[in-house]
Design a protein around this ligand. Structure first.
Ligand SMILES: NC(=O)c1ccc[n+]([C@@H]2O[C@H](COP(=O)([O-])OP(=O)(O)OC[C@H]3O[C@@H](n4cnc5c(N)ncnc54)[C@H](OP(=O)(O)O)[C@@H]3O)[C@@H](O)[C@H]2O)c1
Length: 254
């Protein structure tokens, strides 16, 4: 089996490369920057915005795991126009695996709307696919919302909820899909517990023995309300086993 992993320098891409390092597949990887440790893989430069390198990337490939994304910069041009162009070059692919995000149709956030439209583009193509949605990664929540205390305080919208998941476990789930073949829309891949952001911040303070404390603030708007309601979670699906607490403890050992 010949696999292409896009977005090989990203959070998910890096975890996928760890999973695929000792596999029997022939693995090609692509991104704009060269990943640091890529000895086992054939790296090809490609850019979803300009289209450069995409033909070379999809050539002689059976399965694509598409982990390239751009949530903030030129997101519409990359998530939709660039993605549509990529699909047009991938007509020969036997299985296109598209990582997506739980609850995107119910959360009013531009990047999520683009991902939902991209799911539709893939469904309407003739390419056999799996759409594999996950909840936010532990590392994503920590780096985005809990990395910068202000005067010893995490000033956060403490009531918003996450069911965060370990990116390595999700990468394992995606690589298992290669053997399973196209599933259409797969079940949501979610973390083992739903926590408020305040609870996550308190865990971080306890485990790292920090002097910081938490100031929880309300925010206005539908995005905030949807995250308080937990639209980004799915309590019926708890597949990941590594908790946010275990993720934080594992970082102390590393
Ligand atoms: N983060 C989360 O919590 C989360 C949760 C659930 C699902 N997901 C999904 O998982 C996937 C991967 O997310 P991630 O968090 O791993 O993303 P990420 O860390 O931001 O990585 C994005 C990757 O895309 C590449 N990229 C960016 N712009 C590009 C362009 N113009 N052309 C080609 N490649 C480009 C980047 O590499 P270069 O800059 O080197 O090109 C990088 O390798 C996405 O589909 C995301 O929606 C993420």
């Amino acid at each position: 089996m010949r696999i292409l992993v896009t977005g090989s320098t990203g959070q998910l891409g890096t975890a996928l490369l760890s999973q695929l390092r000792d596999c029997n597949y022939q693995v090609k990887i692509t991104s704009r920057r060269k990943p640091e440790s890529m000895e086992d893989f054939n790296w090809v430069y490609s850019d979803l915005l300009s289209g450069e390198g995409l033909d070379e990337a999809v050539k002689d490939v059976d399965v694509i795991i598409h982990a390239a994304t751009s949530p903030t910069k030129k997101s519409e041009a990359i998530e939709l126009t660039g993605f549509g162009n990529f699909l047009s070059k991938a007509q020969h692919i036997q299985h296109f695996i598209y990582p997506s995000i739980v609850g995107i149709e119910d959360i009013p956030f531009k990047y999520y709307r683009l991902k939902y439209e991209a799911e539709r583009l893939l469904k309407n193509s003739n390419i056999p696919y799996t759409i594999a949605r996950a909840t936010q990664f532990h590392s994503f929540v920590e780096n985005l919302l809990l990395s910068k205390p202000l005067f010893n305080r995490y000033v956060i919208p403490g009531k918003v909820k996450f069911q965060s998941v370990d990116v390595g476990e999700y990468a394992g789930y995606l690589t298992d899909l290669v053997n399973k073949g196209p599933q259409g829309k797969a079940g949501d891949f979610c973390g083992p517990e739903i926590l408020t952001l305040k609870e996550m911040a308190e865990l971080k303070i306890k485990i790292n023995n920090e002097k910081n404390n938490v100031l929880s603030i309300p925010l206005a708007g539908k995005l905030y309300s949807s995250l308080i309601e937990g639209k980004n979670t799915n309590s019926m699906e708890k597949i990941g086993e590594i908790t946010f607490e275990e993720y934080l403890r594992s970082k102390l050992i590393d």
